[in-house]
Ligand binder design. Structure first.
Ligand code: NAD
Length: 368
């Protein structure tokens, strides 16, 4: 039986509560689909600082290096020790360090709003069609956030000049485009590439390279959209999108805009992918939200984002597409049969029952 090694880094706040439910669901999948998951827990964030005075203890990093993928909760507690230097704070010392260490270059953020949760979406019902289902694929290591030169020059007289540089090379665009086309093949086979080819040199190269890569995926329909129009279309007609492919900064902005359509942070998973080795891809999977200190330890958190992150891991790291789909449809089933944590509950919704973190995990695991 094939075995996969997973590092489970629950972190702080609601992290341990939602991680526990994700592992429960993974165990149910393991039984049904006949594979073995070797899951090793390791401390990170404030839990790491308490354990070894470091947000990313050496033992945790070591476990991650020996694993095939990382399932991550979230880190950071804003009210704990404001005197700690910012480079030692969990968000930087753990998260950014892990992203760098494992060369994670592709960020996948699916947003799915089932029709039955239309009340949780800020858009008018008629704009939601039969439900919103978008995957934003964002390049994570290039573009303006990392391009050199990047500096602020003192011009004298109290004036400064700040410089950021947008840089992309052909191979960087090719590898993220392949990720996006492959993801589209597993979905509705439509890819919208976002750029600013009317103004930016980077946009022109981006469009050329994506178009060329697209020739390898004749089953995927490709179109291009300027980023300003893309931002507007997300609000006007989000149902037109399947996969949106973006460079780093455009993806940062559009993935948060798209996330707002999903109703609750508690529903949104994410995947960050690194290198592929044979038929496995190293990945880092985490909910889009943070540690939610306001509801931590109260059995109030929605575990669905963490559970769907585990499903993304099965699909994108291990190619276990049936097991991933089983988790996703179990989530759908739990929602359709009225299970609601507080963040997606409305007293006006007939048949909805308000339940806790643990009961939501139980309901989903039972369906799997
Ligand atoms: P947050 O995402 O933790 O919470 C924002 C709001 O969303 C809160 O009201 C919270 O209760 C709600 N929420 C989030 N996840 C939920 C869930 N699963 N179920 C129900 N409700 C949920 O953002 P914040 O309050 O700005 O940040 C808290 C801490 O988390 C900070 O220290 C921040 O730096 C950290 N953070 C970490 C990550 C990460 O580890 N990747 C990401 C974002 C924020």
């Amino acid at each position: 039986m094939k075995t996969y090694n997973i590092a489970a880094l629950a972190g702080d706040g609601i992290g341990p509560e939602v991680m526990r439910e994700a592992i429960k669901v993974l165990r149910a999948t393991e039984k049904r689909f006949q594979f073995k998951l070797n899951i090793t827990d390791a401390p990170v964030g404030w839990a790491g600082i308490d354990f070894a005075k470091k947000a990313l203890p050496d033992v945790t990093l070591d476990i991650c290096k020996k694993s095939d993928s990382i399932l991550f909760g979230s880190v950071g507690l804003p009210d704990r020790d404001p005197t700690i230097p910012k480079e030692e704070r969990p968000e930087r010392a753990a998260l950014l360090r892990l992203r760098k260490e494992f060369g994670l270059f592709a960020n996948l953020r699916p947003v799915k709003l089932p029709k039955i949760l239309s009340h949780a979406c800020p858009l008018a019902k008629e704009r939601q069609g039969d439900g919103i289902d978008i995957l934003v694929v964002r390049e994570l290591t290039g573009g303006m956030y990392f391009g050199q030169p990047k500096k602020t020059e003192d011009l004298g007289g109290g004036n400064f000049r700040a410089i950021d540089t947008m840089v992309y090379t052909t191979p960087e665009i090719e590898r993220i485009a392949h990720v996006a086309f492959k993801a589209a093949q597993l979905r509705r086979k439509k890819l919208t590439s976002i750029d600013k080819a009317n103004v930016l040199e980077n946009g022109i190269l981006w469009r050329e390279v994506v178009t060329r890569v697209g020739k390898n995926y004749p089953d995927v329909a490709l179109d291009h959209m300027f980023v300003d129009n893309g931002a507007m279309q997300l609000m006007l007609k989000p149902t037109q999108f399947d996969v949106m492919l973006c460079e780093n900064m455009f993806g940062d902005i559009l993935s948060d805009e798209a996330a707002a359509l999903g109703g609750s942070l508690g529903m949104l998973p994410s995947a960050s992918l690194g290198a592929t080795n044979g038929n496995q891809t190293f990945g880092f999977y985490e909910p889009a939200g943070g540690t939610a200190p306001d509801i931590a330890g109260k059995d109030l958190a929605n575990p669905i984002a963490q559970i769907l992150s585990a499903a993304l891991m099965l699909r994108h790291s291990f190619g276990l597409n049936d097991a991933a789909a089983a988790i996703e449809s179990a989530v759908q089933h739990a929602i359709e049969s009225g299970h609601r944590t507080g963040d997606i509950y409305s007293a006006h919704e007939a048949g909805a029952k308000r339940i806790g973190t643990r009961a939501m995990g139980d309901a989903i695991a039972a369906v799997v």
